[in-house]
Structure formats: structure tokens, C-alpha cells
Write a protein that binds this ligand. Structure first.
Ligand SMILES: NC(=O)c1ccc[n+]([C@@H]2O[C@H](COP(=O)([O-])OP(=O)(O)OC[C@H]3O[C@@H](n4cnc5c(N)ncnc54)[C@H](O)[C@@H]3O)[C@@H](O)[C@H]2O)c1
Ligand SMILES: CC(C)[C@H](C(=O)O)[C@@H](O)C(=O)O
Ligand SMILES: [Mg+2]
Length: 360
């Protein structure tokens, strides 16, 4: 049976890294007979340029029909200031919320070959394997009211609303407890319950769920401390569950522990495990067109897609093994390059993964 994948390359480095992920997908498809059918769509700046809107109806329609979605990265200076395409109902946030992709899984794993690329000392990060479970369709990103208004004194005020309902907290909590149960059985819930009521409720609901998962040890941490602990003693964490904005920030922090944000994949899942897969990084306008973006986060996102939504764990394992092999061979894009390794560009890195896959 065929499996339909909607590919959304996006903007700036998006198409560059996606081209490599597609080569990898085609290779595993041929090797494992997966019957993948790839089709392309528009999202973000590319969609604005072509259709005038960041999330065209055609993209949303196809996104609802396919088995899985693979996204590069969207946005950038060309559109961010003009169109505000990241508003909740539009673009990337629009597709996440309209598809109900509330559970964003961001694994931060240090490949042993990259210990010297991490910002931290090897003994602090070696063996690092953390999963950040980020709530993705609520919190301050989506809360109403929001906007910029004029005050009586004539100055303007920008405002947003941080809110979470019990059911929103409960469903992401369950995802995180389930994930912890399958991993190291430790869950740290990160909040700001000393200041924000929305997170007082968050903490209460996490505590309420805990007895259903007696095999998982639940702890709580304030977000400021969590940011510090992540760079001080990251290996104390197994699964971290947190809200939309804290998860956004902490996952970029965790990325640097693994060497580069160019290594961090993610899965954004709905209640039935259907999902959109995307690297955690953005469209990197500063390096776009130079052929030096790291495609591995997108390639590893494709592996997550095969594992979680398309039911092909074997193909996912093969991709992850191929990435490891390429790193063993010393190939490095500039973001993970260090002395004694072999500097390569986006295409060379992608093609090396393809070659490694073919020779496994
Ligand atoms: N999922 C997404 O589509 C997504 C995620 C984050 C940011 N964005 C958007 O991307 C644009 C740029 O945002 P930003 O600059 O804050 O964040 P960014 O993640 O695009 O870049 C941050 C830094 O990381 C580097 N970097 C990112 N990906 C890399 C890769 N694959 N290989 C090597 N280096 C890489 C960049 O060169 C840059 O120095 C903005 O419009 C932002 O809104 C989109
Ligand atoms: C581009 C932006 C809206 C997005 C987010 O904050 O969710 C990005 O930073 C991410 O991490 O996926
Ligand atoms: Mg982010």
C-alpha cells in the first residue's frame, strides 16, 4: 500500500536541506519497498510569493489527506515584517493548530562522534539523550486576547495571553508520561508556577496524572532553573515536558548540547499519532544559498516520520545508522566542524548518507 508524504521545503535553506532528505527517503523507499509517494506543497514565504498567503487552502487540504508531512523551514526577513505570517491562524502556526499537532517531540541526542562539537565539556554531555515534549498548539502563542493597542496616554502597548485549559495540559502530560515510561522513567515538568497561574494549573494536572504512572518519577522545575540545569548537568534529564514558549527556548538550548541545532529533528503529532516532521531550526537566512547548511536534522526528522507515523522502524533505523556512519567517517558541515574532521557542504553530506545507506 502506498504512503503519501507531503513535502513542504519552505524558505531560504529549507529547499537545500529538503533536497537531501528527499534523496534519503527515495533511497530507503527503494531498499525497503515502502511505497512512498512524495508530493510537494507551499508554506510560509514561498507560499506568500506564489499565492499571496502563507498557508494556502490547497496545502491544508493535502496536509489533511496525506499520511505524513515533512517540513524544511519557513520564514525570514523577506516576509516576517511585512506579512506576519507566523500569526496563529496562518503559516506554520496555522498548519500546526489546524491539524491539531499538539505534541512536539524534540529529542536531543549527542552522537558520540560530535562530543567535541558540543558547547560543553565532553564529560558533561557524553551519552546525552534527552526528550523535550513541548506543547505546540496552546499557551502564549495562541492565547487571546493579543495584539498591540493604543493606551489612553497615547502610547502603544503590546500584549499576549498565557493560558492553558486542563484538557490541554492533560493530553500533553499523558504523552510525556507515556514517553518517559518507554525511556528512562523520569519526567521533569518545567513551569513558572511561582509567578504564572496558567502554570500553577499545569503543575497541579501533572501531579494529578502521576499516580496513573507509578513507574515514572515526576519532578517539577522552574524554567529559569531548568535553563541553567540544562547547561550545567544536562544528563540529569530524561523526558522534559513543558509549554509552548518554554519548550521553544529550551529545545534550542538543548540543541547546542548536541553540537548544533542542525542536528535536532522533531515530530509534531496529533492525538492519533499522525504528524508533521521538521528540524527544530529555522530557515537560516544568514547561510542560505551557500550550500553549507547541515541537512542531518531534516534527514533525522524523515527517520522519525518513518518510525512514528509510517510504521517503518527498520527504514528509520537504517537512516540513523547511516548518519552515524557518515559521522564516523569524519564528515562535518561547518556547524559541527572541528579540527581533524573533513569539512563538507549540504549536498556532500546528504549524498554521503545516501551512499552509507546503499552500502549497509
Ligand atoms: N520550523 C521553522 O520553520 C522555523 C523554526 C525556527 C525559526 N524559523 C524562522 O526562521 C527564520 C530565521 O530564524 P533564526 O535566525 O532566529 O533561527 P535559525 O534556526 O534559522 O538560525 C539560527 C542560527 O542557527 C544556524 N542554523 C540553523 N539551521 C542550521 C543548519 N541546518 N545548519 C547550520 N546552521 C544552521 C543559522 O545559520 C543561524 O546562525 C525566522 O524567520 C524564524 O521565524 C522557522
Ligand atoms: C518559527 C517559530 C514560530 C517556531 C516556534 O516558535 O514554534 C520555531 O522557533 C520552532 O521552534 O519551531
Ligand atoms: Mg524555535
Amino acid at each position: 500500500m502506498s504512503k503519501k508524504v507531503l513535502v513542504l521545503p519552505g524558505d531560504y535553506i529549507g529547499p537545500e536541506i529538503m533536497a537531501e532528505a528527499v534523496k534519503v527517503l527515495n533511497t530507503v523507499d527503494a531498499r525497503f519497498g515502502l511505497g512512498l509517494e512524495l508530493e510537494y506543497g507551499l508554506l510560509g514565504g514561498a507560499a506568500i510569493d506564489e499565492t499571496g498567503v502563507p498557508l494556502p487552502d490547497a496545502t491544508l487540504e493535502r496536509a489533511r489527506e496525506v499520511d505524513a508531512i515533512l517540513l524544511g523551514a519557513v520564514g525570514g526577513p523577506k516576509w516576517d515584517n511585512v506579512e506576519r505570517h507566523l500569526r496563529p491562524e496562518r503559516g506554520l502556526l496555522g498548519i500546526r493548530s489546524q491539524l491539531g499537532l499538539f505534541a512536539n517531540l524534540r529529542p536531543a541526542i549527542l552522537y558520540p562522534q560530535l562530543a567535541d562539537a558540543s558547547s560543553l565539556k565532553p564529560e558533561i554531555v557524553s551519552g546525552l539523550d534527552i526528550l523535550i515534549v513541548r506543547e505546540l498548539t496552546g499557551g502564549i502563542y495562541f492565547g487571546e486576547p493579543r495584539g498591540i493597542r493604543e493606551l489612553e496616554n497615547g502610547e502603544r502597548e503590546g500584549y499576549n495571553t498565557y493560558k492553558y485549559s486542563e484538557s490541554e495540559i492533560r493530553r500533553i502530560g499523558r504523552q510525556a508520561f507515556e514517553a518517559a515510561r518507554k525511556r528512562g522513567k523520569k519526567l521533569c515538568s518545567v513551569d513558572k508556577a511561582n509567578v504564572l497561574e496558567a502554570t500553577v494549573l499545569w503543575r497541579e494536572i501533572m501531579d494529578e496524572l502521576a499516580p496513573e504512572y507509578p513507574d515514572v518519577e515526576l519532578s517539577h522545575m522552574y524554567v529559569d532553573n531548568a535553563a541553567m540545569q540544562l547547561v550545567m548537568r544536562p544528563k540529569q534529564f530524561d523526558v522534559v515536558v513543558t509549554g509552548n514558549m518554554f519548550g521553544d527556548i529550551l529545545s534550542d538550548t538543548a540543541a547546542m548540547l548536541t553540537g548544533s541545532i542542525g542536528m535536532l529533528p522533531s515530530a509534531s503529532l496529533d492525538k492519533d499519532g499522525r504528524g508533521m516532521y521538521e528540524p527544530c531550526h529555522g530557515s537560516a537566512p544568514d547561510i542560505a544559498g551557500e550550500g553549507k547548511a547541515n541537512p542531518l536534522a531534516t534527514i533525522l526528522s524523515a527517520a522519525m516520520m518513518l518510525r512514528y507515523t509510517l510504521g517503518s522502524a527498520e527504514a528509520a533505523d537504517a537512516i540513523e545508522a547511516a548518519v552515524s556512519k557518515v559521522l564516523d567517517a569524519g564528515l562535518r558541515t561547518p556547524d559541527i566542524h572541528s579540527e581533524g574532521t573533513h569539512l563538507v557542504g549540504t549536498v556532500e553530506m546528504g549524498e554521503a548518507v545516501v551512499t552509507a545507506l546503499a552500502s549497509e
